[in-house]
Write a protein that binds this ligand. Sequence first.
Ligand SMILES: Nc1nc2c(c(=O)[nH]1)N[C@H]1C(S)=C(S)[C@@H](COP(=O)(O)OP(=O)(O)OC[C@H]3O[C@@H](n4cnc5c(=O)[nH]c(N)nc54)[C@H](O)[C@@H]3O)O[C@H]1N2
Ligand SMILES: Nc1nc2c(c(=O)[nH]1)N[C@H]1C(S)=C(S)[C@@H](COP(=O)(O)OP(=O)(O)OC[C@H]3O[C@@H](n4cnc5c(=O)[nH]c(N)nc54)[C@H](O)[C@@H]3O)O[C@H]1N2
Ligand code: SF4
Ligand SMILES: [Mo]
Length: 724
Amino acid sequence: MSPIRGTMPHVGLLSASPVPSDYTGTRLAACNLCEAICGLELTIERGAVTAVRGNDADPLSRGHVCPKGVSIADVYTDPDRLRRPVRRVGEEWVEMGWDEALDLVADRLAATITEHGRHAVGVYLGNPSAHSLGSSTHGTAFVRSLRTRNRFSASSVDQVPHQLVSWLLYGHQLLVPVPDLDRTSYFLVVGANPMASNGSLMTVPDFPQRLRDLKARGGRMVVLDPRRTETAKVATEHHFVRPGSDAAVLLAMVHVLLAEGLTRPASYVDDIALLEAAVADFTPERAEATSGVPAEVVRRIARDLAAADGAAAYGRVGVSTHGFGSVCQWAIQCLNILTGNLDREGGVLFPEPAVDIVGRRIIGPGHFDAWRSRVRDSPEFGGELPVSVLREEIETPGEGQVRAMVTMAGNPVLSTPDGRSLSRALEGLDFMVSVDFYVNETTRHADVILPPTSALERDQYDLVFHNFAVRNTARYTPPVFAKDADQRHDWQIFAGLATRLGHRLGARLPLRARLTARARLAASPATVLTGLLATGRRVSMRRLRAHPEGVDLGPLRPTLPGRLQTADHRLHLAPALLVGDLDRLRAALAATAVPDGELLLIGRRHQRDNNSWMHNTPRLTRGRPRHHLLMHPDDLAERGIADGARVTVTSRVGAVEVEASASEDLMPGVVSLPHGYGHQVAGTRLRHASGVAGVSINDLTDPALLDLSGNAALTGVPVSVAPA
Ligand SMILES: Nc1nc2c(c(=O)[nH]1)N[C@H]1C(S)=C(S)[C@@H](COP(=O)(O)OP(=O)(O)OC[C@H]3O[C@@H](n4cnc5c(=O)[nH]c(N)nc54)[C@H](O)[C@@H]3O)O[C@H]1N2
Ligand SMILES: Nc1nc2c(c(=O)[nH]1)N[C@H]1C(S)=C(S)[C@@H](COP(=O)(O)OP(=O)(O)OC[C@H]3O[C@@H](n4cnc5c(=O)[nH]c(N)nc54)[C@H](O)[C@@H]3O)O[C@H]1N2
Ligand code: SF4
Ligand SMILES: [Mo]
């Protein structure tokens, strides 16, 4: 009988402490690998995890699990995972003690700041930062304590367009409406593949079942994507769209709604006439000419959105990492707002998490262009510069040059444009420290790597993802396994570094900054969380501890206009910044003629990949190779390339050599590589047979191509393909 799931009272309290080393039984855990935040049930035999299944009792994930979640204990047991700090000595990594390591890092960062000023330290936060409670509570406080303008993160190769648009329309960068998937009857998906990704900026564990339910109640899902993806294959309707051209399509849909009088916006919505004038020339015919989506289809989708009894338009990575990502996300919001589907059951709604990171301003509302990057003059958003400018900030000499880097939970050499050049630039730094438990293509350049504990060794509450979930729930999960005495949690690393830096920089930091940093960093994440929950008053820490499976707080509900964070509590549909970007779009559309032989490169995600990591587990890497360049058979034939042959793919930035596979699923003229491949680290044992060989797509993507928001345009990169 399971000590957790049985009928014993107070079972949650029993689960609060880590299991003894000879434990046999089950324990609950939380998967932190993607945004779906599934609840897991681990079977443990004599201290070893022998099975992982989805926890049926989790009110959000309802028993869902995917192959990555099943592999979560492989990270815990991985002999290649770092558990103690290491220092690079020549080609070797040498273990060191925590105090010695933290002192060394603080000495070197403090010396850089003293000699060259605070902007000489650059910081990069990777994706898993958002998936750790300790990183959310303490990592950002540490970064803030550095007071550098050279802050970068994976956000600018991901979702800054959403943040910019939410800030402009709703007054806060994280006030992002989420499709009410369980009640909608029309789901428009533009540039997202939730069947593989499990959703993003839409926390939706068990997308496949929720989609089956949607169809069973007579609902439709319509997909616009240059690849017939796993999601497109189960859609009621799929249309190819030429990469990079979505803005014309989405604005044309807005145009149709306005031209045909199909709008019923809420009373707090302003500037509709301004919007109408701005999109007047974005006709469905113009959209067809640049995108390949027939004008009739554009018109019909707009009409269907307006007519449906609850519709949700949603766009993700394919239209975020895009030259006009902000315009696309704006147009998508306009579709929902104009059709009356914003803040409506079955439409899109703002989740009400137990910790309201928006309303409580735990994360600031956002700002744009408060400063610019030194070399390229690129504006910041929300305190971060585009990661596409990082390399030049390191390599260009002068006042404000980045001379030392801190990277946390990331791998920008594989995940950001022209990673190969960034790799070289990192080698030229005076000093680099990485907070990560693997040596990867980025951290291998570090002087010191500080490894935090992994997911099963620490407690978890999703401060970030409950804010994007399709249902309001809350879940606190205590650690399953105890950490060794000589391991550190991420928050302890951040607190240790911040405290030591404070001592070394002393009077150079304002007193207030020092005191707030110290207060923030002294408490454990669980203590911080307890306080946040208490002030939120939706659910107490005591209740969460008694229910490690999670607590249901009900379906999404309308909350507007009360939760609008704009200065006048109204929603202005036509912000000047976005309207101003339309001229750049018009110019791009006028110049769409594709040079002879040129193809457009897009990315892809596989269900068993997790960005650039989790490639160290055989469970996820065995099987058929999935790193190939996918290409339409006609495009292969035109170049005399045989299916499976090696090809050279060349862009403005670089060239790679990889096998090409014929696929009818690709739109002609479009080729696709997955991201997160191209591993080069000899030090770790990448136990792949065939699975994860391959090249990095970001040796081809171009750091010169940016959206208005500073987000990298990773999709639709012009390339040529020739036999190798
Ligand atoms: N061409 C192209 N490029 C892309 C994308 C694309 O679609 N196409 N997608 C982009 C997107 S959406 C993203 S989010 C980025 C991701 O890019 P990054 O965030 O730069 O890279 P990841 O692969 O997520 O790196 C994860 C690293 O974090 C470490 N890690 C895991 N858990 C923890 C932890 O708890 N603490 C610490 N300290 N470290 C941990 C892992 O060991 C690994 O080294 O890639 C982007 N790059
Ligand atoms: N299995 C798995 N799951 C993941 C991840 C992972 O690496 N593996 N990563 C996680 C992360 S960090 C994120 S951000 C999410 C991302 O979640 P999603 O956005 O759902 O995932 P992608 O597969 O990147 O989907 C992007 C889609 O856009 C399409 N596309 C490319 N260019 C264009 C274009 O110009 N226009 C249109 N309309 N479509 C285009 C691509 O073909 C692709 O189908 O996934 C998360 N979940
Ligand atoms: S869907 Fe995401 S959160 Fe759920 S088990 Fe898979 S990787 Fe983990
Ligand atoms: Mo992402």
